[in-house]
Design a protein around this ligand. Sequence first.
Ligand code: BEZ
Ligand code: FE
Length: 288
Amino acid sequence: MRNLDEDNITRAVIGMHAQAGNVRLRELMTSLVQHLHAFARETALTEEEWFQGIRFLTEVGHITTGTRQEFILLSDTLGLSMLVTALNHKKPEGCTESTVFGPFHVEDSPRVELGGDVANGAQGEPCFVCGTVAGLDGRPVPHAELQVWQADEAGYYDVQYGEDVPHRARATLNADAEGNFHFKTIRAEAYPIPHDGPVGRMLEALGRHPWRPAHLHFMITAPGYERLITHVFRNGDRYLDSDAVFGVRSSLIADWVEHPRGAAPDGTHSEVPFYTLAFRFVLNPDGA
Ligand code: BEZ
Ligand code: FE
């Protein structure tokens, strides 16, 4: 294997993987090499451009920490995360659609009772959320576990304020025996994804904005059903058709209904205007 040129180097590299014991790894790397080489050929990639790409990926690596995952942001903003979600969560008609996970989920969010306060001090306009979790057959899914998380009115998740800040605007709760849930939180607002790093510079160079439309994240699990990772998006948001990470699906858009100050759904008197949101989640039975 000598004197490789632009016409035979792809075959030579792929040939070197022929003995790989892991068949799936061989399949993935063969395809990756083919597409990478095709990209270089198709664009007549210059050495300077190749090195700029190396520098960019190096910066993505350097800024990445346990709480700042720039590689996932890169995948999100290139539409790869949403493509992988779409490929892996094809569901029967009627099931709630999945969307991107995002980098701001945490494992140990505070547990709240039904009707509890998810905001836990996060700033924002009051919002009362209720809904049901059902199966594809329309029957309620009893006691489904819901994890919910969102940004505050300034557009930040609690974890973006540093490690010493208590968990806010996120919680874990269980639906009741009839699949019903309700909780109090703050109104979801549009926010820019972290854009003070290489991915932000990439977006700017491409003439793209970093904003996501207002949304509330949900992860819903129940025995016998596929885990659902999704958002509910706020109807009317100006970024619904230009989400920086391509996650919007029409079926996930809902109304945040505005109410004047007065009697609130939890039986209290709200001194300020508040919002309500209702959403029905339909889970995909395992093996469907
Ligand atoms: C989020 O919705 O939390 C998110 C998703 C992708 C990138 C950044 C944030
Ligand atoms: Fe989010």
